[in-house]
Design a protein around this ligand. Structure first.
Ligand code: NAD
Ligand code: UFG
Length: 330
């Protein structure tokens, strides 16, 4: 089966390529490399000893996407391509809305034209806004505080409407919680652009000495230690979740949380990293970051029941694998 992976050179996409290849799928990647490097795909091929067909195209370009569908018989698509920095999305909202929404429209349109019925979409737990934790798939979505989040809500709606109208169209909307970690080979992982915004890459860059200390955004949340709680999920568990969703796809739209169901505080993650890797992480407490919520974690019963998938890698292995990748790539 030929699977088109948009954004396949990126962090989650590249790890998912490994899981797809290992599960026997053929992989075609479409990526404009705006936030990734071709070297990552070379490493994926090295790890799996399998080939990937690569197109350097922008998936908002309908002509280029059609050309790809003309050349290959596509059986399904996993759409990762997107811009993902929350803060940046507030500074350049039009670019975020255009890229993240137009790409979804173009891909759905081309799928319809070429009779491709399997569509897996990368959404985010950010669509739950300030709902009560744990987050369930059937909760009403809350307005998010930024264009990035809105672009995910709108893309979800577009795909839901499209699935109602195209007979046989099967969509899985996957709401990721906080992906961290790296492939255990240490060859591929997350490469943030400039100073990291996210906690784990920030910790690894402090650990390696690129940054002097971690700033913890607030210790006055209503959580057990006052710091923010998130549902960190190992990127390889997340990758395997995509294969499970692809296998299960059925007509209409299915929404799944891909998380572990367990919340970890900022301080707990710092301590886990220190323990796993035997490195001290200096930190200071600073004020809250605008737009952050106190706690975000998933209810994962639906994915477990329907997809037969469960995240099972530990916080410790997330810390070890993130660190191995940082050391290999500093
Ligand atoms: P990433 O930036 O590492 O990967 C995205 C890839 O898409 C990059 O390789 C980039 O070059 C490519 N891309 C972007 N726009 C494109 C376009 N128009 N045409 C072709 N290629 C394009 O990000 P990631 O962390 O791997 O995220 C993948 C998806 O998952 C994104 O849609 C993101 O919004 C979503 N997501 C990520 C997180 C997270 O914390 N990493 C959380 C929730 C959801
Ligand atoms: N944090 C710090 N210091 C840092 C970075 C983060 O204390 O330098 C804290 C945050 O305040 C938060 C926790 O660490 O409590 C996790 O923050 P991240 O930035 O790693 O992740 P977020 O949960 O804020 O955001 C992530 C993705 C978003 C997505 C959101 C909801 O980066 O794209 O999850 O799914 F929208």
């Amino acid at each position: 089966m030929n699977i088109l992976v948009t954004g396949g050179a990126g962090y989650i996409g590249s790890h998912t390529c490994i899981s797809l290849l290992e599960a026997g799928y053929s992989v075609i990647v479409a990526d404009n490399l705006c936030n990734s490097k071709i070297e990552t795909l070379k490493r994926v091929m090295k790890i799996t000893n399998k080939e990937i067909i690569f197109y350097k195209i922008d998936v908002t370009n309908e002509h280029d996407v059609e050309e790809l569908f003309e050349k290959h018989s596509i059986d399904g698509i996993i759409h990762f391509a997107g811009l993902k920095a929350v803060g940046e999305s507030q500074k350049i909202p039009l670019i975020y809305y255009y890229n993240n929404i137009v790409s979804t429209i173009i891909l759905a349109k081309v799928c319809e034209k070429y009779g491709v019925k399997r569509f897996v979409f990368s959404s985010s737990a950010t669509v739950y806004g300030e709902n009560q934790v744990p987050f369930f798939e059937n909760m009403n979505l809350m307005p998010t505080t930024n264009p990035y989040g809105e672009s995910k809500v709108i893309s979800e709606r577009i795909l839901t409407d499209v699935a109602k109208e195209i007979p046989g169209f099967s969509v899985a909307i996957l709401r990721y919680f906080n992906p961290v970690g790296a492939h255990e080979s240490g060859l591929i992982g997350e490469v943030p652009n400039g100073n990291p915004n996210n906690l784990m890459p920030y910790i690894t860059q402090v650990a390696v000495g690129k940054l002097d200390k971690l700033r913890i955004f607030g210790d006055d949340y209503s959580t057990f230690d006052g710091t923010g709680i998130r549902d960190y999920i190992h990127v390889m568990d997340l990758a395997e979740g995509h294969v499970a969703a692809l296998r299960y796809l059925k007509e209409g739209v299915q929404v799944y949380n891909l998380g572990t169901g367990k919340g970890t505080s900022v301080i707990e993650l710092v301590r886990a990293f220190e323990e796993a890797n035997n490195i001290k992480i200096p930190y200071e407490i600073v004020s809250r970051r605008h737009g952050d919520i106190a706690a975000c974690y998933a209810d994962v019963t639906k994915a477990s029941r329907e997809l037969g998938w469960r995240a099972n890698r530990s916080i410790r292995s997330m810390c070890e694998d993130s660190w191995r990748f940082e050391l290999n790539n500093k």
